[in-house]
Structures are given as C-alpha cells and as structure tokens.
Write a protein that binds this ligand. Structure first.
Ligand code: AVI
Length: 312
C-alpha cells in the first residue's frame, strides 16, 4: 500500500468539504485516459503548445542566449511528444546539448527514450527516474547552463501557494542565468475553456471516476462507480476550472485498508481538480513572486496558450 496515498485519501474524504488530489489521477489507466483527453479536438491545450514548440523552436533557442553546451531537463516528461519538435530543431542545427527527461515512471521514460533514439539518433539523452528535487539538486552542482521545461500547464493544477512554493524550489536549485520554459494556459472565451473540460464523449468523466476505481483497488474500498457522476465549471472571474465527483445518492463507502466508512449525502461533492488559467500579467506576477525574471511569452496563433521563458 502507498502510505501517502492512503493518508491523503483519508484526510480528503473525512474533511468537511471532501477533496482528492488530481495528482492521483495518473495511474496506468489514468495516464492512458489522459492521452485520450490530449487527443480530443476540444482539448486545445495540447495542440496550442505543440504549435508553439513546432513553429517557434528557433526563436525559443535564440532567446536562451546560452553560449556553451547546455542541459535540457524536462520535469514530468510523459510521452515527450510536444518536446520532440524542439529537440528535433536543436539536433538538426547541430547545437550541443543533453536532454534529461525526468519522470517518476520508469516505464514512461523507457518508452520515451526508445522513441526518441529511433527518430533522433544523434540526440544525447540521459533519462532520470525519480523525484524532481533529488535530481535537480545534482544539476546545480555542475556549471553547465540549464534549461528546465515544465510544460503542459501542469503548474495550473496546483493551488496558488503550492504553485509558488514549487516554483521557488525550482528557483532555489537553479544557477543564476539558468532558464525555465513554463507552459501556462491563458484566459480566453469561457465557452472554449468549458468545452475542453466538460466534453460530451465523457472522457474527462472517466478520468475523474478512475480515481475511485484506483481507491477501490489500492485501498480495498467499495465505491460503486455508477453511483457517482462528474461535474465541472469554469469561473472567468477567478480563471479557475474546478472539477468534482458527485454522489448521486445518500450512501456509505467502506475503505477497508483505512478501516473507515465514509458517508455521502445525495449530491455531495468531492473536489478533484483545479485547472488554473492566467492572463499574461498574472504570468509575469507569478514569475516575479517566485524569484524569476519573465523574459518572453511564446504564444500560439490563437493566443490560447503561452510557453513563457523565465530567467533566474
Ligand atoms: C495535466 N493538466 C494540465 C490537465 C489540465 O488541463 O488541467 C489535466 C486535465 N484535467 C482534465 N482534463 C485535463
């Protein structure tokens, strides 16, 4: 049993306002469903970021202003598909760099490395399995310049204080002059944003319900999946998409590993995810408050998404 998972589930489901962390979405099945989400036409985030990295690789590399070989460390590399275009540009230009994808999933890194070695045989790739910070700490000890990649609007899934704390930790392990390229989803028509999360095919619903399936499997619980539904909304005032599971009836769930029964009222919610959207001035503020200088925003043609370059 994963003790942190058990502790977080217990804390979240016994709280007055029930909640579960979206970081637990990504078991094997959840990661697969997330791939399906990224392929949905309405989930514009992936295409927008892909466009930025495909069409503006040259401008991004020029803006780095590194005058010697450097490392690219990608945090939560996943399938690395977006990054491919940036790497391809660097390899084709014979630019000297090491690519270090970091992920807790050895399996994901193995697949990524195999795919990249096949398509970019001249790429120097050094996959790192493990926790971001253990690996990042080593990086600050070398005097090779570093570019950190934190793409895909992953930062938008953190509560405001947690996002700032995480970025400050990145900042702490970086050397002066190192860069961070960070993907953030921008504020836009609320209709477009809602469609990306409240999809008609029910893929995002499955993504959320999978969390209950995971609790059933890993903590020996008896959630009846059909007795829960999915609800989400976008609030343009705060720039936040909030996602929930909804208990469709009054019910009791037993979580054997926790030795605990959880009572649900009819229509009671479990908050599962925050997906924050930013204005460019909010991006600049976030950079400043975390100790960075915001150097450049690389936007897609629709201005839906930014990969912003920050410098320590
Ligand atoms: C990973 N993360 C940036 C996604 C997002 O857009 O917040 C996760 C996701 N949740 C629902 N759809 C996609």
């Amino acid at each position: 049993m994963n003790k942190t998972f058990a502790k977080d589930v217990l804390e979240g489901l016994t709280a007055k306002e029930k909640h579960l962390s979206s970081k637990y979405f990504y078991d094997t099945n959840g990661s697969r469903i997330f791939q399906e989400i990224m392929n949905m036409p309405d989930y514009y985030l992936t295409d927008s970021e892909f466009e930025i990295l495909s069409l503006q690789a040259k401008q991004i590399v020029e803006a780095l202003k590194f005058d010697k070989p450097f490392n690219i460390l990608e945090l939560g590399a996943g399938d690395g598909f977006k990054t491919f275009k940036l790497l391809e540009y660097l390899v084709n230009e014979n630019i000297d760099f090491n690519y270090m994808p970091i992920d807790i999933s050895e399996e994901a890194l193995k697949m990524l490395s195999e795919k990249l070695m096949e398509r970019l045989p001249n790429l120097s790739i050094k996959p790192q399995v493990g926790d971001y910070f253990d690996i990042l700490k080593d990086m600050s000890e070398s005097n090779t310049p570093n570019l950190l990649l934190f793409l895909g609007s992953n930062i938008g899934n953190y509560l405001k204080v947690d996002a700032i704390n995480l970025l400050r930790l990145f900042n702490k392990v970086m050397n002066t002059g190192d860069k961070l390229l960070i993907g953030l989803d921008l504020r836009k028509s609320p209709i477009t944003i809602r469609k990306a999360y409240d999809d008609q095919q029910g893929i995002t619903k499955r993504f959320n319900l999978n969390l209950l399936i995971r609790i059933n499997r890993e903590l020996n619980a008896d959630f009846k999946i059909d007795d829960f539904d999915f609800y989400c909304y976008y609030d343009p005032d705060t720039g936040r998409v909030k996602s929930y599971l909804v208990s469709l009836k009054k019910q009791t769930v037993l979580i054997k590993e926790l030795n605990k029964t959880i009572e649900f009222e009819q229509n009671e919610l479990i908050w599962t995810e925050l997906s924050r959207k930013y204005s460019l001035s909010e991006v600049d503020k976030l950079a400043m408050i975390s100790g960075f200088q915001s150097k450049h925003h690389f936007l897609d043609c629709k201005h839906y998404f930014t990969d912003s370059l920050w410098e320590k």
